[in-house]
Design a protein around this ligand. Structure first.
Ligand SMILES: Nc1ncnc2c1ncn2[C@@H]1O[C@H](COP(=O)(O)OP(=O)(O)OP(=O)(O)O)[C@@H](O)[C@H]1O
Ligand SMILES: [Mg+2]
Length: 235
């Protein structure tokens, strides 16, 4: 269980996240939805300790907000950043090896990184920067799965991907859920988000302004109010 309470975050003197609170259990997905620039990425980065922040963050009862970033990354909280952030001049396998926290990088570890998307096994020696956007996203997700996290923060995993790859990402997220991992998902593909999430938080100007079940969030009136896209859901 990932719990977040009273989370605030700043860039310099400018406060971007205000008093955000939520919790997400293992095998559940919580969506953070909101217009561009409302602070979704900053919220995620604050959880990882990558921006100035204050608040209470616990994972399975362990307090994380007092830990340095490298210990947060080793606590069972994994991060799939917006824009993927692979090392483009390293191979796929090198990207995975760099992310591994353990001593011996064996086939079991490798399998955790590529097993969710088998075509990666043919691409291990390719430079990550030469992969398609969809393949790169699969490496970024695999990298997050290597260390057997109990919670994953995923920031716009379908951004810039073809509809086919967006569906593949959706299927991978379902598999991650089924393996009893808690997921916090920032996602602009509303169909994917609302079909994958259990609960959603709508965010405006860094604050959670509405929290409800994903089923209730399918209301066109709600989507119009918080995202300006009422009626855009696929029936
Ligand atoms: N490194 C930074 N320094 C200063 N301000 C920043 C920085 N990164 C983001 N911001 C500002 O913080 C606010 C929130 O940005 P953030 O990236 O968290 O939004 P977002 O909801 O993820 O947006 P998007 O949907 O476009 O990804 C924006 O006003 C943005 O301009
Ligand atoms: Mg963002």
């Amino acid at each position: 269980m990932l719990t977040v309470g009273g989370l605030n975050a700043w860039y310099g003197k400018s406060q971007v996240v205000n008093n955000v609170a939520f919790e997400v259990g293992r095998g559940k997905t919580l969506g953070l939805l909101g217009r561009n620039g409302v602070g979704k990425t900053t919220t995620i980065r604050a959880l990882m300790g990558l921006v100035d922040r204050a608040g209470r963050i616990t994972l399975n009862g362990r307090q994380l907000d007092n830990l340095p970033v490298y210990k947060i990354a080793r606590s069972g909280l994994a991060y799939v950043p917006q824009g993927r952030h692979l090392f483009p001049h390293l191979t796929v396998e090198e990207n995975l090896r760099l992310a591994w926290h353990g001593a011996k990088f064996d086939n079991d570890v490798l399998e955790r990184g590529i097993g969710h998307f088998p075509p990666l096994s043919e691409l291990l020696n390719r430079l990550a920067g030469n992969l398609s956007g969809g393949e790169q996203q699969m490496v970024a997700i695999g990298r997050a799965l290597l260390n057997q996290p109990t919670a994953i923060l995923m920031d716009e995993p379908t951004e810039g991907l073809s509809p086919l790859f967006q569906e593949k990402v959706g299927a991978v997220i379902e598999n991650i859920k089924a393996s009893n991992i808690a997921i916090v998902l920032v996602e602009q593909n509303l169909n994917l988000a609302l079909n994958t999430c259990d609960e959603v938080c709508f965010i405006e100007r860094g604050s959670v302004v509405h929290k409800c079940s994903a089923a209730d969030a399918k209301s066109p009136a709600l989507l119009e109010t918080f995202l300006g896209v009422g009626g855009s859901l696929r029936k």
